[in-house]
Design a protein around this ligand. Structure first.
Ligand code: HEM
Length: 408
């Protein structure tokens, strides 16, 4: 029975923590302690299927307070189970129909093209520019009114909420402050929408969240409505992480640039999948054993934590040929199964906790990365490292580029 709590080791070792423990454990299953509780670490598509079975693992009470206070918000869909989850989740899936995703991608593309035109001859940080482009577009699409002057700060706050997720120091406190500021702002906005002093287009995210009724038939508390509206804006802006990773990949492996730039849509989708497999974002997912469980002969006590090793699964040679090679071609002519590629969770997004924004994420990357591949730019000397000890990992420089001047 393990006694030493591993929380500080997770914060210290980051993405390598759970894979490292699994390597040392006989039989690939890890019994450990995290956040003061017993925990069992699992890995692989079968483990993902087991994890996403609601009879096995529940989310209520599983989310640590610091994660709620920075990343997700208190009272959000992430921590609901059963009927309460299904009704709240339906609100999110209704927002991301194919036409709605296409409309948001069109907004982002327009803003991106305008921004790129303004970069000429200027040194820009791709991560920061992308975050602003997406913030402007997603707020407009969602019907959230933002003053132009507040936009850079809003983009920075949305990034900060994601960036503070695995830190106990200043990064964490900045994320809490950003969340408090933006929840208060959106709470006022929701109240104004409800009393008619603001308005938002019908079917926009702001309107849908403001009028949504939960499983009990009651509207969301304005603070929770603000939390859920942030759960649309914040993760959309988080796609900037992968845009910076795309620039990194094109720089390191330029052999993919021509095909990506060519407009080959199948390759662009494969490139988006490989970005999300290869580069670090969510290290692991956690829930609570809903009852006494048995996983391949290993006992998991009721109420203990169950951890799914996301990063480990994506870099395990049992599941991927040459997992440390960046090769989008591995996804050509094949659709990953529901539990194979899980950077945004596994299973069915409508009924389980899988990310409702995954089609949007892929659509944005499918559109933006070929544009990036077609851009002519210089890459000045900079720190292109990505530390796997940092949670979440992030390209150190954010990718600095200087677009080439177009001849007059
Ligand atoms: C859930 C990752 C983009 C909204 C999740 C989960 C992960 C994830 C790992 C948790 C799955 C689980 O608990 O089983 C990502 C990544 C993104 C991204 C890496 C791209 C950078 C988006 C977008 C949206 C979104 C664009 C919406 C605009 C959500 C919501 C949930 C969620 C609302 C909670 C779902 C639930 O608990 O049922 N995402 N996501 N995400 N994501 Fe995303």
């Amino acid at each position: 029975m393990p006694v030493v709590d591993q929380t500080s080791m997770l914060l210290l070792k980051g993405y390598a923590w759970l894979p490292g423990l699994r390597r040392r454990a006989a039989g690939d299953v890890v019994h450990t302690r995290l956040l003061g509780r017993r925990a069992t670490g699992l890995c692989g598509p079968d483990a993902a299927r087991f994890f996403y079975d609601e009879r096995n693992v529940e989310r209520r009470t599983a989310l640590p307070g610091p994660i709620k206070s920075t990343l997700f918000g208190h009272g959000s869909v992430h921590g609901l189970d059963g009927a309460a989850h299904r009704v709240r989740k339906a609100m999110f899936t209704s927002l991301f129909s194919a036409p709605a995703v296409a409309a948001l991608v069109a907004h982002v593309t327009t803003e991106w093209d305008l921004a790129v035109a303004s970069w000429e001859g200027r040194r820009v940080v791709l991560f920061d520019e992308t975050a602003e482009v997406i913030t402007r577009a997603v707020c407009d699409w969602a019907g959230v009114t933002v003053d132009d002057g507040d936009l850079p700060e809003l983009a920075a706050d949305l990034v900060t909420m994601v960036d503070g997720l695995g830190s106990s120091g200043p990064r964490h406190w900045r994320a809490r402050q950003a969340r408090r500021r933006r929840e208060a702002w959106l709470e006022r906005f929701v109240r104004d929408l409800r009393d008619g002093s603001e308005d938002a287009p019908p079917d926009s995210a702001a309107e849908v969240v403001a009028v949504h009724r939960d499983a009990g038939g009651r509207p969301l508390h304005p603070r929770v409505a603000a939390v859920e509206l942030l759960n649309v804006l914040r993760p959309t802006v988080a796609v900037s992480w992968f845009v910076a990773y795309a620039a990194h990949a094109l720089h390191r492996w330029p052999e993919h640039r021509a095909r990506l730039a060519s407009g080959d849509a199948e390759f662009a989708e494969a490139f988006a999948h490989e970005l999300r497999r290869f580069y670090p974002f969510a290290p692991l997912l956690g829930g609570r054993a809903a009852r006494e469980l048995d996983w391949r002969g290993e006992h998991i006590p009721a109420g203990s934590l169950v951890l799914l090793d996301v990063y480990g699964q994506h870099h395990d040679p049992r599941f991927w040929r040459d997992p440390y090679t960046f090769d989008p071609r591995r996804f050509l002519g094949t659709e990953p199964g529901p539990y194979d590629l899980i950077p945004q969770g596994g299973g069915d997004p409508a009924s389980g906790h899988r990310c409702p924004g995954e089609t949007l994420t892929v659509a944005l990357l499918r559109t933006l990365t070929p544009r990036l591949a077609r851009l002519d730019y210089d890459v000045p000397r900079q720190d292109l490292s990505i530390s796997l000890r940092r949670l979440p990992a992030r390209l150190s420089s954010g990718f600095v580029l200087v677009p080439a001047l177009t001849p007059m």
